[in-house]
Write a protein that binds this ligand. Sequence first.
Ligand code: AMO
Length: 416
Amino acid sequence: MVGETVTLAGWVTRARDLRKIMFIVLRDSSGDIQVTVKKDGSNDFADLDLGREDVLKVTGKVVESKVAQAGVEFIPDSIEVMNRAQQPLPFDLFGPVKAELDTRLNYRFMDFRRPRTNAIFRVQNVLLTSFRGFLSDRGYLEFQPPCVIASASEGGADLFRLPYFEKEAFLAQSPQLYKQMCAISFEKVYTITPIWRAEKFNTPTHLNEVRQMDIEQAFADDETVMKVLEEILVYMLIEVKEKCPGELELLGREITVPELPLRRITYTEAVEMLQGAGEEMAWGDDFSKPQERRLTDLVGDEAFFMKDWPSVQKAFYAMPYPENPEVVHAFDLLYSGVEISSGTMRVHIPELLRQQLRKKGLNPDNFTHYIESFSYGAPPHAGWSIGLERLTMTVTGMNNIRECCMFPRDRDRLVP
Ligand code: AMO
């Protein structure tokens, strides 16, 4: 490239005007280059006046340089200002003063140009592509669930309601019922889809709109799909390590890929461990986020499964153990102290499904289509869901899930 005439386009990271000479740091998605503009009357750059984030197209030559950091600089023959950025900018992208998360989210389009934010979404992109690659290579079919639905899938609470012509409809809380209906015919399916939870609280690990990465598999029990889950987690981590070394360095993140198989502890063991460590909790309680982190310290592994949950803590579609129906074939995957995924073996027997619905206070009549789908040859099946933002959060080491969602939706935020 040195010596050739080329055209570059990008943003002005900074411009230093020393009257006779101007140094521009021009940035595009591949990185920075110093553009050295001579204002000695040999060209028409004398009046060039640039601000941060102005968009430029420059044509000229790359030459070797002893002073420029990269060892090369760009000497332009022509400079076109494609668009000006209004000054002052809403926040400083590259300076030492850190903008508040809220300000950055208000100007998210610009925040994406911040190296750390950019790195988070490049890592997320590898998580998404490796998730798809892993599953499609193994014969899983990608399906598209509806997002407007007629009945709750994860129980009655936390639903966003919306008018749908003369009826009432809901935003999907999960692709759950649809992935089951797909798996009992296609056998192995997956999806990446937005879901909505009308949870009223604002916490660092909750959003009201989430991207779920789900699989569902026929002729499978909970252990079968836990194996797929631990393998895909390791695969995604290796891919991120290989494809994003620069991003991880910038984020100060070192990934240790866990050894397989991951440890499996039962819910009961987890409660006993926490009780033994002085936590006040009873069998049947859910774990608070601090308790999940405490448990991670007690277990001593960065990633592990917690399985065999009390039925009261899991959705109606979780398969109960016949000998102890208060316990279901359900598991959570904890990674870096956060629940990033959960799954179950499902109830595929219509009458048992009706029973489980009633037990949860739900009306089986609202689930007729779903229940009916298990009357015509439904194999046993199981599946799980990973929250994309929670996974990104743990992989990139962020403390707030909003950092890991391009356009987060929470109790207070609906724009941009
Ligand atoms: P669950 O409700 O546990 O299970 O959700 C699965 C995963 O989705 C993510 N998640 C969230 N992330 C951020 N904010 C939220 N409000 C939020 N809610 C969920 C988490 C969680 O582990 N249908 C079942 C899965 C299955 O059995 O296949 C389900 O939705 O990472």
